[in-house]
Design a protein around this ligand. Structure first.
Ligand code: LMR
Length: 337
């Protein structure tokens, strides 16, 4: 009797081992590379997707998240995705120009989104869909839009008036609209990979930058920037994208499970983003290293006046119709553009 039991148990273990080996062999691996810290809206969104994707596919899919430019920096990660060296990314919408999808830079226009509600109408409506369609010919599928938040402007001097920006070397993401924005302020824009910004600020290669508080705090930029103005002048968000060949080649049931994981990870990421930024701001204020300036109504208006002309300048780059479509969404939500 004892021997039979033992044999049965051994057979069961063997069987389990064989099935886990088989599972490991057939496991689909999604490498998800990104450039920010794990404790940011994007970092947490990526981890949530991993958790839900692995759960819902019953372990058929393994998601490996590589944060902090560990695997690739901004430009390389897009090349890696197209080559299939990684399967998933969430670059900021300001970084699609080098892919030949310059229309995404419409999101960089200063003061184009008067509220998060308008932004959501855009990303979840026709515009969001149209933009994703532009990626297909590049071998990329757009899955979702994730929030970070609105940017603040930082430097080592107070930035009260737009003129305070004159002559400052400002790090920007690789977007021509952001280039035009900085030039409209009289600043000298410098494109630089995110992973290099802290050091560039520390050594004075650039004088200042713009980012939402969560990025500023988690990269310790507040340690090397004496002043920041809460301008909220522009939006920073992400498109979660996958290699098309990989995505189309997935078994249908797995792809459906991953779509459902992405839907819920998106709701989660967009839900926590504002709070992540609020907490980061509170932590930076508490550290006392950067002095934060809140704008008066008049100060804000002066920045709006200095930056609104960028919309017209950008028409030839991102398309007049696209800008108009966003204005329409804003007007439908009750704002005057
Ligand atoms: C930046 O380069 O400043 C941001 O796009 C980084 C990020 O991914 O949030």
């Amino acid at each position: 009797m004892k021997l039979t039991k033992l044999l049965c148990a051994a057979a069961a273990v063997g069987c389990l081992m064989t099935s886990s080996v088989a599972l490991a062999q057939n496991q689909i691996v999604i490498k998800f590379s990104h450039v920010v810290a794990p404790e940011t809206p994007k970092g947490k969104g990526a981890e949530k997707f991993k958790e839900l994707a692995e759960q819902r596919t019953g372990g058929k899919v393994k998601v490996e998240v590589y944060p902090n430019s560990q695997l690739y920096k901004d430009k390389e990660e897009l090349e890696a995705l197209q080559l299939g060296a990684v399967q998933m990314l969430a670059p900021s919408l300001a970084k699609f120009g080098p892919l030949g999808a310059k229309e995404f830079e419409v999101f960089d226009l200063p003061y184009i989104f008067p509220s998060k509600d308008v932004l959501r109408r855009v990303t979840e409506g026709e515009v969001g869909k149209q933009l994703f369609q532009k990626l297909e010919s590049k071998g990329i599928v757009g899955l979702a839009y994730w929030d970070n938040g609105f940017k603040i402007m930082s430097a080592n001097k107070p930035l009260t008036k737009p003129e305070d920006m004159k002559g400052l070397k400002m790090r920007i993401q690789s977007s021509k609209v952001l280039d035009a924005q900085m030039r409209a302020l009289g600043a000298l824009p410098q494109v630089m990979a995110f992973s290099e910004v802290y050091q560039a600020l520390q050594t004075g290669v650039v004088d200042g930058t713009e980012n939402p508080p969560s990025n500023m705090y988690t990269q310790k930029m507040h340690e090397v920037q004496k002043h920041a103005t809460l301008t909220d002048h522009g939006y920073l968000g992400y498109a979660v994208i996958v290699n098309k060949k990989f995505w189309d080649g997935l078994p249908t049931d797995v792809r459906t499970q991953l779509e459902s994981a992405m839907k819920d990870a998106t709701a989660y990421a967009n839900d926590i983003a504002q709070n992540e930024n609020d907490v980061a701001m509170a932590q930076m204020k508490a550290s006392g290293k950067t002095q934060f300036h809140e704008q008066t109504k008049e100060e804000r208006q002066a920045w709006v006046n200095a930056l609104k002309p960028v919309h017209k300048d950008a028409e030839s780059r991102v398309g007049k119709d696209l800008i108009q479509q966003i204005y329409k969404e804003a007007e439908a939500a009750g704002f005057k553009m």
